[in-house]
Design a protein around this ligand. Structure first.
Ligand SMILES: Nc1ncnc2c1ncn2[C@@H]1O[C@H](COP(=O)(O)OP(=O)(O)OP(=O)(O)O)[C@@H](O)[C@H]1O
Ligand SMILES: [Mg+2]
Length: 253
């Protein structure tokens, strides 16, 4: 099956100054789990924001599910977990309310939630291990638990594509395992994933392809590179013929 879910072609992306990314191309096919790797500030978040139309592209094109981004309206097909919990400080929402907000794109704001909505919310809460916290204010959760609530919100929308920006940053080992399990379920049901990560940890077996961003471009697109620890091993003989492809940062030396 080769349905293109994301197609980025020769995109230039930036904010006010010079482009952060230049001539970036990336295709993601249905069922793939693609990890975006790279050092801090390399442009990983900028790349996924460009895919979602959250930052404009200055050149090139982005296509989602075969539709050019500027004409794409089927946002219920995509779940997005941003890098950090943004607003929400002072908002007295419960965990269940935050997760239920992930259903809004599907049911519309004015229609009351039905059984399908309640079931999707309950399933998502269970998938991230927060069912017992559903009635608690999100402000009383730890940072890692709040991150899990955001993942549950994205899952509750039953998207076809999940876009996750460092979903396991600052999340303990047990929660990472729980998240990996939830993601495995999503992928087994036919979902497609684009995620940014620094440490893949328990996600590693799920990743089908890795893309490394470095100095404004994609410098690797293929197998998951070995983390620095592997190369740091004193017994490791550095014989990779392609070592100049490996970028600076966590994934090199
Ligand atoms: N909203 C913004 N306005 C202006 N510049 C920005 C903005 N967001 C990011 N940048 C700049 O774009 C570059 C890439 O940032 P980006 O957030 O994409 O990096 P990243 O790879 O996600 O880093 P990290 O691993 O720290 O999350 C950086 O130089 C950053 O300063
Ligand atoms: Mg980032």
């Amino acid at each position: 099956m080769t349905t293109p879910v994301i197609q980025v072609a020769h995109a230039a992306v930036g904010y006010d100054g010079p482009p952060v990314l230049r001539d970036v191309s990336l295709d993601v096919t249905a069922g793939e789990v693609v990890a975006v790797l790279g050092a801090n500030g390399s442009g990983k978040s900028t790349l996924i924001r460009a895919v979602l139309g959250l930052v404009p592209i200055g050149a090139g094109s982005v296509t989602l599910f075969g539709t050019p981004l500027r004409r794409f309206r089927q946002w219920h097909r995509i779940g997005y977990v941003p890098q950090r919990l943004g607003a929400g400080g002072g908002v007295p929402a419960t965990v269940r309310e935050v997760v239920a907000s992930g259903r809004l794109a599907r049911r519309g704001v004015l229609r009351p939630p039905g059984r399908a909505d309640r079931e999707a919310v309950a399933a998502a809460l269970g998938a991230v291990g927060l069912a017992d916290r559903a009635g608690d204010p999100v402000a009383t959760l730890s940072g890692g638990q709040q991150q899990r609530a955001l993942i549950a919100r994205a899952l509750a929308g039953q998207p076809e594509l999940l876009v996750l920006d460092e979903p396991t940053a600052g999340v303990d080992a047990g929660s990472q395992e729980a998240f990996a399990g939830a993601l495995r379920g999503f992928v087994n049901d036919g979902g497609t994933v684009l995620l940014v990560a620094h440490e893949l940890g328990p996600l590693r077996p799920l990743i089908s392809r890795a893309v490394v961003v470095h100095q404004g471009g994609i410098v690797h697109d293929g197998a998951v590179p070995e983390p620095a620890g592997h190369h740091a091993d004193p017994d490791h003989e550095h014989v990779h013929p392609h070592c100049d492809e490996e970028p600076a940062g966590l994934w090199s030396i």
